[in-house]
Design a protein around this ligand. Sequence first.
Ligand SMILES: [Fe+2]
Length: 266
Amino acid sequence: MRNPRFVTLYLMQVLQITDSHLYGNASGNLRGVETDSSLRNVLDAAFAESPEYAAILATGDLVQDDPSGYLRFKSILGTQRAPVLCLPGNHDEPETMRHSLNQAPFHYCGAHLIGAWQFIMLDSYDPGHVGGRLAADELTRLETALARSPAHALVCLHHHPVPTGSRWLDGIGLANPDDFWRVIDAHSQVRGIVWGHVHQAYDGERNGVQLYGTPSTGAQFTPHSDRYAVDSRPPAYRVFDLHQDGSMESDVRWIAPANFRQAASR
Ligand SMILES: [Fe+2]
């Protein structure tokens, strides 16, 4: 049996939720899924699995073009003891989000040292575009955060910085990946890059850095599709096991079909 003190010291579990696409109204529905109840079901499943996450990463598209959705996000996650680290996606309104999520447990972007790890939350929102871009000041912020701490780093952003093999999605990923990789490649303590936006699971590796795309807490997109297509897979979340020596494991967990009824497939 594992000694709980040993686990606390040497293994930190972190939860990622992404693309919740909330509306101000609880009955708001996107692609056949009520996004409010779907997020609640995902959190129920995640906390049934592990009641103690060191942090919760919310990697964008928290709301669906509806700033009143931030009140809903706050009411669903506001009692968390762990910090809820948030960054914006293309369906967010960054300034409203920053002001709405300005009190614990919520943190908007920034860089956060927790245990032996640093979590760097980037803003890839590009006004007027579905795809993303890291502006010069965000790249500087990334560089500064990595230069100031040798802690193992997990870098999070909304838009995917590598192709996913899906033509339509790869046209709306990160528009300046070379600028991003130039900074990442200069800092050997970066262990993983984490994103949302793609509504599907992606696991990869680049120059020894692990790459993780994570499905939505609502409806998913069909992998490897040339055109926009909604998948029948259920809502999901991702768990990271982060070790003090910088090693890590991560898995996507799909919620049980009993907790998921997609309107389109009823
Ligand atoms: Fe997105």
